[in-house]
Design a protein around this ligand. Sequence first.
Ligand code: DC
Length: 224
Amino acid sequence: MEITKSSYVVTIDGPAGAGKSSVAKRVAQELGIKYLDTGAIYRAIALILAKSEIKPDAEEFLREALSEIKIELKDKSVLVNDFDVSSEIRTPEVDELASIYSAVPAVREALLGLQKEQENYGSLVAEGRDVGSVVFPEAKVKFFLTASPEARAKRRYLERIAKGKEADYDEILNSIKQRDINDSTRELAPLSVPDGAIYLDTSDMTETQAVNFIVDRVNEALSK
Ligand code: DC
């Protein structure tokens, strides 16, 4: 007897600030499935490692610390050792820290299992940098969402202003460019378009257009 799996995974990879998070959340909502923000996991780990003053190149200390850190993903929050870090991980400092620590092999290895495991709890939209290539290579549909650095910097800038936070466009643009270089030139799991992924440049698209495009492609794939 053939066993058919009714749950499925949709992956959305892409560079910083391409609008992946907002798009992925809405896609998950429209499809009525879970949303997995893998960047939040990397951010949480980077925050705790930096707070513990464990340097990215201190491999032995890193491995030991990673084996002791407990990360839990709740519906809308990330807990590290039972402590909710959801808002603390959304700062420019943690942007940088996550970019640095996520390039460390021991960190990626430690977080792989936690990410893969999420598939056991039902269908999901996973968003990150390597979810279509490394974490869920068998995903039902894969997307690579991107936009020009300027379009991404403008969105980040407007997002921060809307939240009443301070923002400097040039600083954001430089930081995005630097993170692109870090994320795409690192040795392990560099940012790349996964095999079989649908490439979507959203520079001139609204968020709703991107969401509708993705939902349509997923529905098409599901109906085959
Ligand atoms: O998407 P984000 O900005 O929240 O991601 C934070 C950092 O984590 C970013 O520098 C890239 C890294 N990351 C990664 O290496 N692999 C993932 N699957 C998700 C995020």
